[in-house]
Write a protein that binds this ligand. Structure first.
Ligand SMILES: *Cc1c(COP(=O)(O)O)cnc(C)c1O
Length: 346
């Protein structure tokens, strides 16, 4: 016996593929990879990766070796790159699996060469100061005999029109002229929109593939991949002056139809949506009122919507709008989606 899940994520494979194709078009003559770390930003790497492979994507980026292992039976492991590098205790397994490490430190580069070398990628830090070789760590000696496929760097502020972008571009060009590599790569999703100067040989979009138009110029090309549906547990008609939810953070101002829906922060719906989230009931956008509970939210609906107990409603999850309302980044909204929902790929 198995009970139906109280909520479901509808995942749109066609939108995913179209988003990748849109990023590939915007990448011009550069190749276009895909960041599929964190289980493809929470959507499920085992569903995302084969669809993008089929669409023509050949460079997949994960953060950890376990994430590479989780998809290594779906595509050739040599098409998977591991962004967080490789530790001494991961070497043996890493080499036998055949995914490619992104080496981030002089120590990792030396250890890789000592372990026999072979194809690798290298991350240089062009000004984000997060991960990768600093300019002061780059030397001809360090790279001697190293078989670098992708030399990459990462942009800190590609979603903003700031000088840091041109500064990083300049530093990446300088660094990359000193290091020989098969391919060069700099741009994430927002970086693609900065234009051809930023594309080099390969772009590495992530968040845009999953439906977030992180910069305005992407709004037309990028479409939602995730929709969330949950069930109405109860419908009540309250008079004016009634408090709703924990700590009475909202009160009815007038007679109000209130619905209680089986979705809450245990499903990944953040407490920040209290009194600012939305739910779509029979085509109408209705406000989440009161606090978010662990497994429940309460919504005030208009007179005409006639919701019924047991009906399905859609949680407002337009990534840009939800991000603005809650102050939570689209990356966090997606990666926190819970496993309690049924996941339906179309
Ligand atoms: C996550 C990541 C990306 C993708 O970034 P988005 O902003 O999601 O497009 C690209 N490159 C590196 C190194 C990353 O860590």
């Amino acid at each position: 016996m198995s009970f139906p899940a109280p909520s479901r994520l509808r995942l749109d494979g066609e939108a995913l593929v179209n988003n990748w194709k849109a990023m590939a078009r915007l990448s011009g003559i550069a190749g276009t990879g895909a960041a599929v770390k964190a289980d493809a930003y929470g959507l499920g790497a085992r569903h995302v990766v084969p669809r993008l492979w089929e669409a023509g994507c050949r460079d997949f980026f994960v953060a950890h070796w376990a994430e590479a292992e989780a998809i290594a039976d779906l595509i050739p492991p040599s098409n998977i790159s591991v962004l967080n590098g490789v530790n001494a205790d991961e070497f043996a397994l890493a080499r036998s699996m055949g995914a490619v490490p992104v080496l981030n430190t002089p120590g990792q580069i030396m250890a890789w060469r000592n372990a026999g070398g072979g194809r690798c990628h290298v991350m240089v830090d062009s000004g984000m100061n997060r991960l990768g070789l600093g300019p002061e760590q780059v030397s001809a000696q360090l790279f001697d005999g190293l078989e670098v496929d992708i030399l990459m760097s990462h942009l800190a502020s590609a979603d903003e029109d700031v000088e840091q972008n041109a500064m990083q571009l300049g530093r990446f060009k300088e660094l990359s002229s000193a290091i020989s590599a098969e391919r060069k790569s700099l741009a994430n999703s927002a970086g693609v929109v900065l234009g051809p100067d930023y594309h080099f040989d390969l772009t590495r979009p992530g968040i845009a593939l999953y439906g977030a138009a992180v910069v305005e110029n992407l709004a037309e090309a990028i479409h939602a991949v995730v929709r969330i549906e949950a069930r109405i547990l109860q419908v009540r008609h309250l008079g004016a002056g009634e408090p709703v939810g924990y700590n009475a953070s909202w009160q009815t101002q007038q007679p109000t139809t209130l619905i209680t829906v089986a979705y809450g922060y245990a499903d990944g719906y953040a407490r920040a949506f209290a009194n600012c989230g939305t739910v779509i009931v029979n085509g109408h956008i209705c406000p989440v009122v009161g606090r978010v509970s662990m497994d429940l939210i309460t919504i005030a609906v208009g007179k005409d919507q006639a919701p019924e107990e047991g009906d399905w409603v859609e949680i407002g999850f337009d990534l840009q709008a939800a991000s603005q309302a809650s102050g939570i980044s689209p990356y966090e909204l997606l990666t926190k989606l819970g496993n309690r929902s049924e996941r339906l790929w179309a």
